[in-house]
Design a protein around this ligand. Sequence first.
Ligand code: GLP
Length: 242
Amino acid sequence: MEIRIFDTPEEAGKAAADIIVETVVADPAAVLGLATGATPLPVYREMIRRYEKGDVTFSKTVTFNLDEYSSLPRKAESSYYTFMWSNLFSRIDIDGDNVHILDGCAPDKAAECARFDGMIDEAGGVDVQLLGIGTNGHIGFNEPADEFTGGTFEVKLSQSTRDSNIKYFADGNMPEYALTMGIGTIMKAKKILLMATGENKAKAIYAAVRGEVTPRCPASVLQNHPDAVFLLDKSAAKLLED
Ligand code: GLP
């Protein structure tokens, strides 16, 4: 894996956006894997800026989002569907038919997950997958576990993930389950950009980069990916000092 350290979250976000924009300029129909959370917001702001400047068009770009809460209507304020449309899709020229976000309300969750993986394969696979990281080392919603997960699946969220994300649910009513790309799905992406900012991610980053490859720290699997780039600000990289 390649590690790149920046002074600020904005610079790390700009570097991730540069790679995404270059990919889309080279192939306007590129397939992007996108993430939610506070971390990728500077990436999305920069993608919007570059689109407004006329550097890039996303009109043919295809996207797949990493995850979505189970049983939360798409229109809910805290859904990842709402997050993506408010923070990125409504601000660029993407074609809504090319946007793929798991439907957490699908009656048959297993069928929804299989359909999603099938669509990624049909689209030719993800060219660039953007990831954040949880304080427990999770990627997507792949929680620390005894084994690495495979395809997209429904997961029970850990207490630590619930504690970190409850702030996004004004009524305190946070779903206990989510649908997420599995580690197997994520690892199939041709290039992976993991972004982490802030000191609260430093331990997870240290474990992912310097620790053993173990499903107890799901992000550590990226040590085995042929083209994974970690874009970190100084605080998240704090424990990687040499
Ligand atoms: C959630 C998302 C992850 C994200 C993580 C960290 O659990 N499922 O994809 O990486 O939050 O979020 P933040 O960037 O807000 O710290």
